[in-house]
Design a protein around this ligand. Sequence first.
Ligand code: AMP
Length: 464
Amino acid sequence: MPFTSLGLGPKITKAIKEAGYTEPTPIQVKAIPAILRGVDLIGIAQTGTGKTAAFVLPMLEMLSKAGSRSGRRAMRALVVAPTRELVVQIDENVRKYARHLHTRAATIYGGVGEQPQIAALRNGAELVVATPGRLIDLMQQGHVRFDDLEFVVLDEADRMLDMGFLPQIRQIVRALPKERQTLLFSATLSKEIEMVTKEFQKDPETVQIGRRANPAETVTQFVYEVPKARKLALLTHLLEDKTLDSVLVFSRTKHGADKIARKLIASKIPTGTLHSNRSQNQRLTALRGFKSGEVRVLVATDIAARGIDVEGISHVINFDFPPQPEDYVHRIGRTGRAKAVGDAISFVTSEDTANLRALEKFIGRGIPRKRAEDFDYNAPAEIGAVTFDDRPRRQFNSSRPSSGRPQSRSSYGSGSSRPSQGRPSSASRGSSSSRPSSSARPSSARPSSTSRPAFASRSRRSRP
Ligand code: AMP
């Protein structure tokens, strides 16, 4: 289906073509005509599905077709998103799609000076992308006028609720005109999200793409069972493989992220960090470096990396296994995005086995286990190895040579997992000895259909 059949005008379709998009994604096929019809919409879609364009394109179309209610240049569309990085990313998309329009856009987020943001509002920015905190600051100082507001988008609404932003969102939405179109995007449709939609939307239509627990189908997933004290050594070992060329590493804590980065930098691996203790400038510099390829490894915490869209991430590494299955799905959604193929590697210690089991149940399949070749799982921890806490550690029985042989379940205590037969990862293709071995254990579980394009495979499962 061509973009032109969705009701978008020539200036926007030209920009879409220049962005290299050949056809709309399933969420775009469903959401764009609905938004153009003027209805309130609930979009259930994960990042990587093209959801940003699904709400930005129709809003730009409508903003460019008619003037504001008052006839003045004023804020007409507001997108609220949980993190500064996401705001910047949405704004980048807006600028890409609006390049042949006269629509003015602005961003509002904390950690940087207020004055340029106040000036942009005063100059009549029509489409504003904001984090809740700074927006409320500026509202309270009297710099924000919503009289001409026609659209509000709550993006990553589930994340905003998780981060405790509900009171701020209420405060913002209550200040908006009653006559407006409200769009809400969320990766999941929980009871809390339903409550929010009832509170803020009128007769919303729902479009849903993919199952709730659906990691992108293009992502190949592997688990490395490793003693906690050897995780950092395993990471540096895996990074000897140069095919891991753009790697997003998730750490549970900011402190841990810094330690990992220090070790990688000491190993001469260009590394950046992304977490909330870093200044806004440091975060944007790290992200820019990662996007340009100068920074090979970006170590991030969940919150800071929320919704980050970087093209061409080759691997996501869960240095710390996420306790919540939803976080795992979010994290690995950073790779394999928009038809690219990527690998998701998780380090699992003896303390993570229950969480791994819960995850495998959640996603409905086992994740293949791998053993790194030429890696000594038994070596004593290096001085300064990242262990994150000082509790006594139960370690895996890792006395077996790292031959790539399957491991007995008892040694890991993850008896319930029935890993699926994984496609060899890009890291395991080829024969370099420094590459991780592809000793995925065989399984009767459903194999992942990794060869299908993400959008095509998702559309088959999409529910209206
Ligand atoms: P999002 O889910 O909004 O974070 O988008 C994920 C990625 O998909 C972004 O890099 C977009 O530029 C890209 N994208 C969005 N729509 C399309 C499309 N129709 N065709 C190809 N790529 C797209």
